[in-house]
Design a binder for this molecule. Structure first.
Ligand SMILES: Cc1cc2nc3c(=O)[nH]c(=O)nc-3n(C[C@H](O)[C@H](O)[C@H](O)COP(=O)(O)OP(=O)(O)OC[C@H]3O[C@@H](n4cnc5c(N)ncnc54)[C@H](O)[C@@H]3O)c2cc1C
Length: 401
């Protein structure tokens, strides 16, 4: 049996490693359009962007791992088309047959339209190693950076550039930063954190256009204000890489549609990671996280080999900004009330409930709250809100009650 995997990111690398760990002996081909072996992306907007992590530490596994495990890792090789009837993939001028095909193509950052200056020099996104290496020379103390988008990527970029001594302005078109992913109380907490570090956060503020000849020189905001800028980092979300699947006739809708086993609409074709839109508690969604990329890819590997087990996500996520380590357990979709639990020192956690049912926890420098929240969620348990709100409650004891 031969298995082809398209996309050498977190999900693709996890999938091929899991196939071998489960004892699969057949051929594995991993097609990667980037020039380097699979690497972790989270440090690209954290330690690596800050210059505190060497490139070698980004790699998920040394290149020798792939050779040692007879994984045919093809770098700089983009899959161009899939023939689901013939069960072949074309890539690098070759037609590669498969018995099973896994799509782990990830996602692409949304860019500002060229019509508003999005293609000027000095406008960057943060997705790949080469994106980050390209912007590194811009990080000179005293320069002015504009960050467009107040999600986690934008906020992490703001923290790094502020720490490096740049003047940082962050624009968020929505009424508050983190609006899509967090409650107002978490937005308030991070706004205060960034302002304390000198970041000029402007919410409900759209960008009209970037100005400049070839290189960006200024930004005109929707209210007419003009800001001089030296460079721009854009963090306005991602779009799933589904075009290849779509043109092969595989069902797609804001991502490649998969069932709870990771199967797509085409026989023998599977998908996992950022590109896949999966069923979750009666709805369909994409999970853009390392946890999902690894766990879903490993579930797909096992199911390709016949395990026949559904993948039930247990979401967790993290973010680092300045000296704050945010850990999130669960998904807060559908929350209607929040319990704030003060921790030790300046640590705090925000517990999301729908009625009396616990959905998620945002823990800022509070790994105990995160760990307990995660285990309660995994066990489907919802502690009484009064107990969570009371700083005297021993959180660990809740796990035993
Ligand atoms: C800057 C940054 C910070 C992040 N921080 C966090 C964090 O703190 N915590 C967290 O949980 N998650 C974080 N994430 C998200 C996390 O990294 C992603 O969810 C994860 O990388 C998804 O893995 P993936 O394998 O699905 O996609 P990717 O890692 O994007 O890999 C997909 C790969 O497929 C390749 N590809 C696409 N099409 C083709 C083709 N036709 N042929 C060959 N190759 C192809 C792509 O070039 C890419 O290399 C962050 C992401 C970024 C960009």
């Amino acid at each position: 049996m031969g298995i082809v995997v398209i996309g050498g990111g977190q999900a693709g690398a996890s999938l091929v490693a899991k196939l071998r760990a489960e004892g699969f002996e057949g051929d594995i081909t991993l097609l990667c359009d980037e020039p380097v072996p699979p690497y972790q992306r989270p440090p690209l907007s954290k330690a690596y962007l800050l210059g505190e992590m060497e490139e070698a530490r980004l790699y998920l596994r040394p290149e020798s791992f792939y050779t040692d495990h007879r994984i045919d890792l093809r770098l700089n090789t983009r899959a161009e088309s899939i023939d689901t009837a013939a069960r072949t993939v074309t890539a690098g001028g070759e037609t590669i047959p498969y018995d099973h095909l896994a799509l782990t193509t990830g996602s692409t950052p949304r860019r500002l339209p060229a019509a508003i200056g999005g293609d000027l020099h000095g406008v960057y996104t943060v997705r790949t190693l080469s994106d980050v290496d390209a912007m590194a020379p811009e990080f000179i103390e005293g320069r002015r950076v504009l960050i467009v988008g107040g999600g986690y990527i934008g906020l992490e970029a703001a923290a790094v550039t502020a720490k490096r001594g740049l003047h940082v302005t962050l624009l968020e078109a929505a009424p508050r930063i983190l609006q899509r992913v967090a409650a107002p109380v978490t937005s308030d907490w991070f706004r205060a954190l960034h302002r304390a570090h000198g970041v000029d956060i402007r919410e409900s503020t759209g960008l009209d256009r970037l100005l400049g000849d070839r290189h960006v020189e200024a930004a005109r905001l929707a209210d007419g204000t003009e800001l001089p800028v030296d460079f721009v980092i854009v963090g306005i979300g991602i779009a799933p890489n589904a075009a290849l699947a779509q043109s092969a006739g595989i069902a797609c809708e804001d991502g490649i549609l998969v069932d709870d086993h990771g199967r797509t609409s085409a026989p023998g074709v599977w998908a996992a990671g950022d590109c896949a839109r999966l069923p979750y508690r009666g709805q369909r969604l994409r999970l853009e996280s390392v946890q999902n990329a690894i766990d879903q890819a490993e579930a797909v590997a096992r199911n390709i080999l016949g395990a026949d087990t559904p993948y039930i996500p247990q979401p967790w996520f993290w973010s680092d900004q300045y000296d704050v380590h945010l850990q999130i357990a669960g998904l807060n979709l559908g929350w209607d009330n929040i319990v704030v639990r003060p921790g030790e020192g300046d640590s705090v956690s925000h517990w999301y409930y729908a009625g009396d049912t616990l959905l998620a926890v945002d823990a800022m420098n509070d790994s105990r709250a995160y760990m307990v929240g995660k285990r309660l969620l995994e066990g489907g348990r919802s502690p009484a809100k009064a107990e969570i709100a009371d700083p005297a409650t021993n959180l660990k004891a809740l796990l035993k009650s």
